[in-house]
Unconditional design. Sequence first.
Lengths: 85, 511
Amino acid sequence: MQQTNPFQKIYRFYMDGFRRMTVGRSLWKIICIKLLIMFGVLKLFFFQDFLGTRFHTDEQRANYVLSELTRSVQADISTKGGKQE
Amino acid sequence: MIENIDLSMVNWARAQFALTALYHWIFVPLTLGITWIIAFYHTIYVKTGSEEWKNLTRFWMKLFAINFAIGVATGIILEFEFGTNWSNYSWMVGDIFGAPLAIEGIFAFFLEATFFAVMFFGWNRVSKKFHLFSTWMVAVGSNLSGVWILVANAWMQHPVGQAFNPNTARFEMQNFSEVVFNPVAVSKFTHTTSASMLFAALFILSISSFYLLKGRHVKMAKQSILVAAVFGLLASGFVAFSGDEAAYEDAQNQPMKLAAFEGLYKGETNAGIVAFGMINPAKKVDDDKDAFIFSIKVPGILSILANRSPGSFVPGIEDLVYGNAERGIMGAQQKIEKGKIALTQLDAYKKAKKADNQVAATAALTLFNAHKDYLGYGFLEKPEDAVPPVAMSFNAFHIMVVLGSLFPLVFLAYLYFSYKGTLEKQRLLLGGGTILFFLGLIAHWAGWILAEVGRQPWAIQDLLPVTIARSNLTAGTVQTSFFMFLALFTVLLIAEISIMLKQISIGPEEN
């Protein structure tokens, strides 16, 4: 049967392509398992966004990073009895 | 400052990043390079209509698909690591990297959803010309999507087009085109893509040599070799040219890296490059030990590489650490002092803003801006901290150069024996040829080790050392995920190798 609808044609193109896959089936399985492990396990439990999970606003995050940057100055001030250079 | 930081955490985070990046870089260069060679094979098929070229094209496409599937998304893990292990860095560069990485993501998605599908599913389903066009677009698109991550990496090596905002603690983009057309990005892109083309040619030579040794698929192997060897030879020329440009950019923007990868402790005029030599790993910048256990140098070459002038002066590690007034080179100690002023004024600005003291804030900001180019040096304890691991940089550079010089000779040998019609009789060449893929991988890894180890201690050149770029985590947290990755990557690599070997063993479809 002749298909005239371009969307139908594209759909058939992809469907036939996926159906005829041989090695591709194993590859898709590997991709799905890999993405599941990456996003479902690693990202969720081991790779949380450090600043995203500890602070609520960008202002808090900026203040935290600024305090990290100037920590050495603070340490110098405290060792010199509060006198800033 | 350093004593307050858990260096063990920093080192585990570094090791994890290195592991992930090197694993990722098994797949990326093959994807970038082989798509071009496949496009040439496909073009020959369309021009000749020969079923042999069609089967050959489909075979290499299948191996490309395996490589792509196993490699896809391994780069995402690097982004996970940025947010978790390198949160200060991520926060500070978010404004710069956001646009390039978003463009890469969108570009890759549309490319993969359209042209990849047509390339793989399009045999006898779309016109030959459109099918071929799709194959070429996959090659063009894959390489262009790689532009953005290389732009981001180049910015860390040479941070142009930005301004540090002391209110948000972020480097903000001031000029998009300056970031994109950063000369380091241009040389990095051309060097990386041409080296990837060379790598793909080596991959094809390895598998085709195996077939010739076994006496299987002989015609296909010889046809594959002919195109791949010509392609590889041309790519070798581009690699040399772009590598020279990369070294020149190092000399202009990261002179410490250049001095480290040549083991040049004392600056020289008419500086030579080490042709043969073994660096002394025990040598430190502040001792009198010899830099080399033995070495043979070719005079003048390093000066040409660094300044395009044979008699010119190339600063050594000692010049850059302790300064060289005669040559107008500022030492690291002076930079540390300027960096510390920048940090002190940043702190003063923060406090003045909090106290709503506008006059004090303006004064602090003016002083900060005068010294902000040395911000990163303010975190260093002593001038010697500005020196990267010299022996590792030297070895990585020289391994890369030696292999890079060997490959064009190998391509020439393959072409010569192909021309003579005696290639399948060259058992020694073919036997050695089967490991070319691994040698290519080592050359690529050495290149990245040089690029990244050679720029230590910086996460962002001169502006942010890795010790400050990290998150405030314990080493144990990073260790756990490091070993998880090691296990995951090993399993994935075994999966790739077994699927790849199975397909190689099956060979091309004879239809």
